[in-house]
Design a protein around this ligand. Sequence first.
Ligand SMILES: Nc1ncnc2c1ncn2[C@@H]1O[C@H](COP(=O)(O)OP(=O)(O)OP(=O)(O)O)[C@@H](O)[C@H]1O
Length: 408
Amino acid sequence: MSSNWALSLQQVSKCYHLFERPQDRLKQFLFGRWKRYEKSFWAVQDVTINVDHGEVIGIIGRNGAGKSTLLQLICGTLTPTSGTVAVNGRVAALLELGAGFNPDFTGKENIFLNAAILGLSQKEIEERYEEIVEFSGIREFIDQPVKTYSSGMYVRLAFSVAINVDPDILIIDEALSVGDGIFARKSFDKIMAMKEAGKTILFCSHSMYQIESICNRVIWLEKGRVREIGPPPPIVSRYEISLASSKESEPQSLHTGNHGGDTDLPRIRSIILSADGIQGRELAVRSRKSNLLIEMTYDAPSHLPTPTIAIGITSSDGRTVCSAGNLNDQVFSPRDEDGKVRIKLEFPAIPLLKGEYTISAFLLCERGLHIYEQALDVGKLYVSQHDLEQGLVSIPHRWIKTLETVES
Ligand SMILES: Nc1ncnc2c1ncn2[C@@H]1O[C@H](COP(=O)(O)OP(=O)(O)OP(=O)(O)O)[C@@H](O)[C@H]1O
């Protein structure tokens, strides 16, 4: 193990005992010595992972693959059936909603309780209390019992405590979109600041975009076991192929744009598609001939840096064929006096081959990481072609003839 280690899991497994009928639980208790009424289910099996401080690790896998169970084993809210979990540093976790809160306590009492569980002294908590309340944005409710909170308020408080106790290791269960609207953006910035400060972060997500943009390593879990572990791009790509090749589709997208009533957040206003001068949400286009034009307008409130926008094109089996983002291409359009940005994207002689394709738009922060809004399925393309080239896209290519030998 390196001297800089943050986490070490050695052959960790977690087994649940399942009973088909409620009465089987009692029978197992009474007669279990003679007959088994329970079935064993291994939610996590034989997982060995070593993580160094400063690493950002993404955990991916289908629903039920064991991601949440693994995170809970690391946090210590679950104990492994076998194997060892060692943690080197203070761990703050955002697991399911409000885990760790006592519903009868007020917000304030829960801050003290939670921060104490995370290892802060009374004095340290008092010093940070103000910051925690300020960040949560729920000051007026802080003396109310948390059972009266909405789920959004719960998440705000939990996130605010977790982020402000100065953890060495932050564990987040599918919660990068914590809270809503402005809070989501604020908390995302905090997570990125922690990454930049060299903290260790583990999070599970169904968003491959976020995994690829934030993590330096990814763990792919399948049926409780580590299928692959390593750098994100090749693993994400193989994972996406595996999802696409099995019929059950998974939620692949990032969280939907959730404004939570915030009206002063960036928002897509319009997306207009046209091909060869014809406008429409559904367009017939000719492969390698039609010019596809996408005109986008979005609100860019002046209190935030100008957002960026990206377009993704997916094939009918849900795979992303290509994407184009103005940040990636370093093309920026100014905000006009109404606080709107208008930008056009052109795909000249569109190289898609025959088939049906879906167009989606994503409005992102200035760094292209936090998603303000996604508009899935803003348009459909029906591509036709007259030749027999196969596949999804025609990539530029050329043939080189060998020299002809001329016989004299
Ligand atoms: N308390 C429990 N008792 C029995 N089975 C459980 C329990 N908790 C989880 N499981 C099972 O363990 C498996 C792994 O669950 P887990 O929640 O870790 O998966 P996940 O990868 O996080 O899934 P998702 O992406 O849907 O959140 C699932 O089949 C789940 O039904």
